[in-house]
Design a binder for this molecule. Structure first.
Ligand code: UGA
Length: 446
């Protein structure tokens, strides 16, 4: 099939490439000329395992094209995917100006009936706005062309996006048109082989499904972080509790890892956006507001341990001039994404208190440098060991695989004092204590 994608960011690029790899002809349109030129040269704007060779292969074989020419894109695809960003407004609601601009562009140039698909995460009711925008532009053109709008949210995880796209566990299609449904079924046929993964529903339910999924996952995390705070105070170990409750299949082991807070471009934004939606419909979401509040507090958790360890309450200068090694900057492993990363909250608190950071991250150091620029209280180190050199303590914010089995005696010899603040519960507290470390982790400082 012939498919056009508008917005070659994270979601657009991954999904477009995976469709091309399955044999569809995909045209990618973006207004950012540098991005398009780079993509043609195989320079990918994001770090995502497995994506670069897939883009190169499908581009070389001619199934994947890149352009800034929107008119060409409109003529190209029978299916038109909107995958542009929906950044949060000042009040936290999703800003639809880019989505509606694409809708207007499609309506301006279309010469044949089209199916327009919302792939971006958009609030309930957006498909209606897209429809209205297209219709009014067609009316201005005095055109009686027909079109349908479909909601087809994505559920891919950063760091595993290619795999998630190739092997989706569900394909949600929100539509009120039998023809559009058939076209979407044909498009997704290569991904719907082993068992039925396509779930068809009305448009608003599809739009809400996306938010409900992310908000449920964020709720699980904040719930566990709250349990960790309780565990800490009653002298229990949250890791035992996690194991204990996860063994109940109704609860399950996934997404119940306590930590220093969830980040990324999705959970914080989507929880906020759904809260704003409920505000607008006269309903107060008590759960989602609590999920947000717990996460905000959790991102300050590591600094709370630091405050207690160094007695910052009594002496605000207690860590002035001290150096902290920081392992992990990105909001989670296998990405260079720093959006809403807990490490940012922590570093900003450390700097405010006059401390220095020696950071190591396998992928996100460049991005962190881009965000904070050159500053003398932030140094990037080439290895996780060199980050420890002469540091007063180690802080862990991201659970990269190669942080999990370090050489503890080497660590002890490199750090000036053997202190670890672990936001991801990577180690066994008793073992670390036996090795002579002061070890702080989430929900188990018993
Ligand atoms: C999330 C969802 O998992 C995807 O299904 C969804 O498609 C995507 O948002 C989206 O809306 O586009 P992502 O933001 O890539 O994906 O990241 P996750 O792997 O879900 O992790 C989110 C955050 O939760 C991370 O900061 C992670 O460290 C934290 N987390 C996750 C925990 O603190 N504990 C857990 O048990 C799991």
């Amino acid at each position: 099939m012939k498919v056009t994608f508008y917005g070659i960011g994270y979601v657009g690029l991954v999904q477009a490439t995976v469709f091309a790899d399955a044999g569809h002809d995909v045209c990618c349109v973006d207004i950012d000329e540098t991005r398009i030129e780079n993509l043609k040269k195989g320079i990918i704007p994001i770090y995502e395992p497995g994506l670069t060779p897939l883009v190169e292969k499908n581009f070389a074989e001619g199934r994947l094209t890149f352009t800034t020419d929107a008119q060409f894109g409109v003529e190209f695809g029978e299916l038109q995917f909107i995958a542009v960003g929906t950044p949060p407004d000042e009040d936290g609601s999703a800003d639809l100006k880019y989505v509606l601009k694409v809708a207007e562009t499609i309506a301006t140039y279309m010469q044949k009936p089209k199916v327009i698909i919302d792939k971006s995460t958009v609030p309930v009711g957006t498909a209606d706005k897209v429809k209205a925008t297209i219709q009014s532009t067609l009316n201005e053109r005095k055109s009686d062309l027909t079109f349908s709008v479909v909601s087809n949210p994505e559920f891919l995880k950063e760091g595993a996006a290619v795999n998630d796209c190739k092997r989706p566990d569900r394909i949600i299609i929100g539509t009120d048109s039998a023809d559009a449904e058939e076209q979407m079924r044909e498009l997704y046929a290569p991904f719907n082989r082993n068992h039925e993964k396509i779930i068809v529903m009305d448009i608003k339910s599809a739009e809400l499904t996306k938010y409900a999924a992310n908000c449920m996952l964020a709720t699980k995390i904040s719930f566990m972080n709250e349990m960790a705070n309780i565990a800490e105070r009653v002298g229990a170990d949250i890791e035992h509790v996690r194991h204990g409750i996860g063994s109940d299949p109704r609860i399950g082991y996934q997404f119940i890892y306590p930590g220093c807070g969830y980040g990324g471009s999705c959970f914080p934004k989507d929880v906020q956006a759904l809260v704003r939606t409920t505000d607008g419909i006269g309903y107060e979401s008590k759960i989602l507001k609590a999920v947000e509040a717990v996460n905000y507090a959790q991102k300050h958790k590591l600094f709370e341990y630091i405050t207690n360890h160094y007695g910052l309450e009594k002496n605000p200068d207690a860590i002035k001039g001290k150096t902290f090694a920081l392992w992990g900057l990105s909001f989670k492993p296998n990405t260079d994404d720093m959006r809403e990363a807990p490490s940012r909250v922590l570093m900003e608190q450390l700097w405010k208190a006059g401390a220095k950071v020696q950071a190591y991250d396998p992928e996100a150091m460049e991005e962190t440098q881009r965000i904070y620029g050159a500053r003398n209280d932030l140094n990037f180190m080439g290895t996780k060991e060199s980050a420890l050199n002469n540091a007063d303590a180690l802080i862990i914010c991201t659970e990269w695989q190669n942080f999990k089995a370090p050489d503890f005696s080497l660590m002890k010899s490199l750090l000036t004092t053997p202190v670890i603040f672990d936001g991801r519960n990577l180690f066994e507290p008793r073992r670390l204590k036996n090795k002579g470390f002061s070890y702080y982790s989430i929900g188990r400082n018993i």
